[in-house]
Ligand binder design. Sequence first.
Ligand code: SF4
Length: 369
Amino acid sequence: MKTETPDASEAGEVDWSAALDRALAGERLSLEDACALEDAPLTRLGEVADELRRRRAGDTVTFIKDRNVNYTNVCDTYCSFCAFYRKPGHEEGYVLSRDELYGKIQETVDAGGVQILMQGGVHPDLDLEWFESMLRDVKDRFDVHMHAFSPEEINDLARKEDLSYREVLRRLEDAGLDSIPGGGGEILVDRVRDTISPLKVSKREWLDVMEAAHDVGLSTTATMMYGTVESWRERMQHLMELRELQDSTGGFMAFICWDFQPGDTPLADRIDDRGPAAEDYLRTLAASRLVLDNFRNMQSSWVTQGPKVGQMALAFGANDMGSTMMEENVVAEAGADYRMTEDEIVSLIEDAGRPAAMRNQRYDAVKRY
Ligand code: SF4
């Protein structure tokens, strides 16, 4: 079993060099170690993250062919960093009809896609039966993996139906839900959440939904959206929360981080310039690889960072390129609109000197290049 290093209060200030040494020695990093990584030279931090990636996940870089489908953009949660939602009653609000939904899934399947990543909007009028019937209708027609509904949506259904998270999740699983994306994680520190998304699930609720999902047998991913009002320490606290839950359930399949895309959002004017975004991204990703010692898979977020930085991420701890993203509405609304085909993703991976493989949702390689 790995050992916990002492708190800074007991051991004095941790310097970044000691933290890197501990990580390389296979020791678990404390919060103080993780905080020290903010000052580590980026190249040294990257080298350690790359070595830990190699030990935990090997050299192959995977990706999946899937499509993002947003079944509605109507939402009454009003997060200040979100450019995607429309208030209930807004003329641009939509709920996809079955025919529209089937059309998008058929296109995905025709293009070789194996997974639908489906999320809202938290629509005030959609109840649990609506979600159950949608999942059943999709599964009756298509052999696709449904990776759907963030903790925010699960929490909303539990509240509307007066059911526990486990009861909601079991019913959705019975109807065809296969796994859950980790959307809405943002930063798992309530000071930050209360500032940027006061109506959204609390840290405890987000973790409780994930724990319940793992408990009923649904794997999930874990995310971090940074770059709003949080400190580096709060980013590291977020990682500690994920690591602790992963210790107890083992249900997180992957970790994905990206920075706030200001675009046309209410929060944009309230955020100070944080300096070079690429450096901040690579530092945050690499630190995540060091801290999350119980996660095998880390995705490169090329959709928000662009293909070049997405490729550099492969040298800073990432072992997965996410998906070909046939459709991405949420970050596109905020201004990030990068797209790559299967061939482009494979070239990017191979140009980085790494073998490429297409994977399924369990991160098993299903096609090598
Ligand atoms: S981030 Fe999600 S929950 Fe928040 S306003 Fe946008 S759609 Fe709604």
